[in-house]
Design a protein around this ligand. Structure first.
Ligand SMILES: [Zn+2]
Length: 461
């Protein structure tokens, strides 16, 4: 026992020393100190004294946005929190952030730890930290190279969740329903507003089944992917009434209302994308469950920083340019953007696809299977007049688009993203959609600026 304690303190002190050294070198201390601590003391997360309140945020999409929003709101109300906002959401990143918060005896300085937690890594984190609250945003089809079926990922999260944790889960997502079922105190959230019109039927969709009879579930309202209001037509099963329901959304007045029993909490609507509306509803549920008052939650939403949007729009010389951050390898994130383009009712639509995954080439092994997990079929929509595919993956995407039924004459293939600048077809379009990945962010933005300049020089043709 004594020996293990020594290991813990050695890990704690050397970890803290490494944070100090990295700061001197002006380097990020988001990962390495935790890695070092876990190497020296593998049960470090079990040993480090736990902050009074631990909140974990997990799920496929929206973890970072929701946990950053929660962080902003808690801070706006005077709470000091430990938060892996810029760190990693794996055991090493979480260990690093807890190390930073600990004094030399390992005692936490801040009483609240808000931890974005990777779904798969949750099994190495939550059994030790025993979160008071676990928020599960959603369980969607994710990069299959890393993640398996959402039902399997939900099973991992469920297995990782200690019985004392309150689980706040997305009641509109049937894949979330098993987490903590029968063992934990659970609270669900749901959108109870009319259809927001985001759903487009896709080729690749999860077909969740009834937890009781295994029959395929039926939807009365599908919001996106497999998220929506569902029930079982065979045995009549349906999710219980939500504990937190978004009952009003006023885009003009920029407000939304979440109803919880007798309580109606109306807050400022920071951003009105469907994904964020879910994130905001989840955040209200977590904050209310943490004991914040209605006034405190409202103050938080008023003061929270603007949530970054994945869509940026520009009007340039009589044309409209939209920059769409499209997280490659993540089918749901891709499909959300693909369907965004397909549903825009405007003339002269041109799509520039700049999705690269060269960063992910490991041991010279390339894997382009993920193209077949995304709905390129949405680009066969007749409203799209032309597509440009640019970058090292352009030939692979050409094949995918042809399989999706996009006529070859509608496609321009370019080997580099830079070459898009000289593509004449680009300057003839009225509505241009640049789809780029986090890894092509810099080059896409540079391209947009150059294209905009050229358009301004040439006037509105
Ligand atoms: Zn059933």
């Amino acid at each position: 026992m004594k020996k293990i304690n020594l290991r813990f303190f050695l890990a704690l002190w050397l970890g803290k020393l490494s944070i100090f050294a990295l700061r001197l070198l002006k380097k990020h201390a988001s990962h390495f100190p935790g890695e070092l601590a876990l190497k020296l003391c593998p049960d470090f997360l079990q040993r480090i004294p736990r902050p009074k309140t631990v909140v974990c945020v997990t799920g496929t999409n929206g973890k970072t946005t929701t946990s950053n929003l929660l962080g902003d709101i808690l801070r706006a109300n005077g709470h000091k929190i430990t938060h892996n906002a810029y760190g990693s959401n794996t055991p090493t990143g979480i260990s690093a952030v807890l190390l930073e918060n600990a004094d030399l005896l390992g005692r936490p300085r801040n009483e609240i730890a808000l931890l974005e937690t990777d779904e798969r890594a949750s099994i190495h984190v939550m059994p030790y930290l025993k979160p008071d609250i676990l928020l599960v945003n959603n369980m969607l089809r994710d990069t299959f190279k890393r993640n398996a079926h959402p039902g399997f990922i939900a099973w991992i999260v469920g297995k990782a969740t200690p019985p004392e944790t309150t689980v706040i889960y997305n009641g509109d997502d049937p894949e979330c329903r098993s987490i903590g079922e029968g063992t934990n105190h659970r609270l669900s959230f749901s959108l109870r507003i009319p259809d927001t019109g985001n759903y487009r039927p896709g080729t690749f969709e999860e077909r969740p089944t009834c937890p009781h009879c295994g029959h395929e579930l039926q939807y009365t309202l599908r919001r996106y992917s497999h998220i929506g209001l569902h029930h079982c037509p065979a045995c009549g099963w349906e999710p219980a009434a939500p504990d937190y329901a978004l009952t009003e959304l006023d885009r003009e007045a920029r407000t939304f209302t979440v109803t919880h029993g007798e309580k109606e909490i109306t807050c400022h609507l920071i951003n009105d994308s469907l994904a964020n509306i879910y994130n905001f509803t989840a955040a209200v549920a977590v904050l209310d469950a943490m004991g914040l008052s209605e006034a405190e939650i409202q103050k938080g939403f008023r003061e929270a920083r603007i949530v970054a949007s994945r869509v940026k729009e520009y009007d340039v010389a009589g044309r409209h340019i939209a920059m769409l951050l499209t997280k490659g390898q993540s089918p749901v994130a891709c499909n959300n953007m693909f369907s965004y383009v397909a549903k825009q009712e405007v003339p002269g639509k041109l799509v520039v696809l700049m999705l690269e995954d060269q960063h992910d080439v490991q041991n010279d092994v390339e894997n382009t299977c993920w193209f077949y997990d995304c709905d390129y079929e949405l680009f066969s929509d007749p409203s799209i007049e032309h597509l440009i595919i640019a970058g090292q993956r352009s030939q692979d995407q050409l094949l995918r688009l042809m399989i999706a039924g996009v006529p070859e004459e509608k496609i321009t293939v370019l080997d580099t993203i830079d070459a898009v600048f000289d593509a004449e077809v680009l300057y003839r379009a009225k509505n241009i959609y640049f789809l780029y990945d986090v890894f092509t962010d810099g080059v896409a933005e540079k391209l947009r600026r150059r294209v905009a300049e050229k358009m301004q020089e040439g006037g509105a043709n």
